[in-house]
Design a protein around this ligand. Structure first.
Ligand SMILES: [Zn+2]
Length: 158
């Protein structure tokens, strides 16, 4: 078994959709980024890549590469799962925490977990997504952006 850790953050901006785990969340602002800026999916991807020592999302999918402009991050997650499978590993479980003052994410958690599980081809019992505010402290607390932390456990398939 191997463990991986992921972290990501993105700045809020006007005129973009907020995408978390491939799910569009109603909010007056979205996140800024080359791709869809899906902070949760980026974080999960980095946790998986870290566990398998495959580098990081920026190295695999460089933002200088036009093919990843406005890319759906869950599609990158799918590619990373295929890489992991090719190495002979499977994901045991993912645990992630999204840090955001707003919007309230509780109503969307089930949909987010289902979306990630389906893009990863794992069972929903293997994925746990939580959300916290930052008690109005820091960039998340000032609603300048969102961040996310995730761990992933992988194991070699028999
Ligand atoms: Zn990111």
């Amino acid at each position: 078994m191997r463990i991986g850790f992921g972290y990501d953050s993105h700045r809020f901006c006007e005129g973009r959709e907020l995408v978390l785990g491939g799910v569009i969340i109603p909010h007056e602002k979205g996140l800024l980024g080359h791709s869809d800026a899906d902070v949760l999916t980026h974080c999960v991807v980095d946790a998986i890549l870290g566990a398998a020592k495959l580098g990081d999302i920026g190295r695999l999918f460089p933002d200088t590469d036009a093919q990843y402009k406005d890319a759906q991050s869950v599609q990158l997650l799918k590619e990373v799962m295929a890489k992991l499978d090719g190495l002979g590993y499977a994901v045991c479980n993912i645990d992630a925490t999204i840090v955001a003052e707003k919007p309230k994410l509780a109503p969307y958690m089930q949909a987010i977990e289902e979306s990630l599980a389906s893009h990863m081809n794992i069972d929903i019992s293997q994925i746990s997504i939580k959300a916290k505010t930052q008690e109005r402290m820091g960039f998340e607390g000032r609603e300048e952006g969102m961040s996310c932390y995730a761990v992933c456990l992988i194991e070699r398939k028999n």
